[in-house]
Structures are given as structure tokens and as C-alpha cells.
Design a protein. Structure first.
Length: 133
């Protein structure tokens, strides 16, 4: 996640969409730190009580699929926001149906990296295909 945000410069909103999360959850994951260990909490940990459950995002056994990793590292340039994509996706889908060779580099890059917008485009494609057929 840090690699995508800092090195690949993926906008946090796009990364949240890719991970099926929210912007706030990503900020919380990045910036929350556990409180310093005090003697009181240290004694509490030595008791026979079971350890507290870990946060789901920090589970060591939870891995990312190859598809998730590829979508996180996808080149998203030229950048197109979800708002801009949503405003243009119907026209893009209509053009692609009329001319399968039609290319829109920004839209193509955005749909490759944003599951929510890609799903919207696919739904529109299916709907428009039914209207034509």
C-alpha cells in the first residue's frame, strides 16, 4: 500500500477503490500507532487472558492476490478521476460499441485500475448491447 501511494503516486481514493476500502481506513492504517507499552499493559499481557484480536488489516496470514498486486501497481497515467470517469463513461462505452478500435488512453488506464468504474462501464456495455440487439 505504501509503495503504491509513495512510489507509484497512486491517489489514495483510487487505492481505496482498488482495495475495496475507504480513504479514511487507509489513512488510519498508515498513521495509527499502538500506544507505548507501559508497565501496566505489560503486566496485563503476562496474565493468562487470551491476547486481544488483531486488526484485520494487520493479519500476517492475509496475503494479496497477484491480481490485487497488479492492479495496485498499474500505471494510472494519464490520470482520470472517478468523477471525470463517471461523467464520460457512457459516451466512452457507446463509442467503443460503435467502433471497437476507439481508444481513450486516460479512460482505459482508469478502468484498468478502478474496479468500481470498470464495473460501471461493463454494466453500461451490457445494457447498450441489449438495446442494440
Amino acid at each position: 500500500m505504501v509503495l503504491a501511494l509513495l512510489v507509484q503516486e497512486v491517489p489514495v481514493d483510487v487505492l481505496a477503490d482498488r482495495l475495496g476500502s475507504t480513504r479514511n481506513a487507509l489513512y488510519k492504517t498508515l498513521h495509527d500507532r499502538p500506544p507505548p507499552t507501559t508497565q501496566h499493559t505489560h503486566r496485563k499481557r503476562l496474565s493468562r487472558d487470551p491476547p486481544p484480536p488483531e486488526h484485520p488489516m494487520s493479519e500476517p496470514t492475509r496475503g494479496l492476490s497477484a491480481e490485487t498486486i497488479n492492479s495496485l501497481l498499474a500505471d494510472t497515467s494519464p490520470y482520470l478521476s472517478c468523477d471525470d470517469c463517471f461523467a464520460q463513461v457512457d459516451e466512452y462505452v457507446e463509442r467503443r460499441l460503435a467502433d471497437p478500435l476507439h481508444e481513450d488512453t486516460a479512460m482505459k488506464a482508469h478502468l484498468a485500475g478502478c474496479g468500481a468504474c470498470a464495473e460501471e462501464a461493463e454494466t453500461l456495455r451490457e445494457l447498450f448491447s441489449q438495446d442494440v440487439g
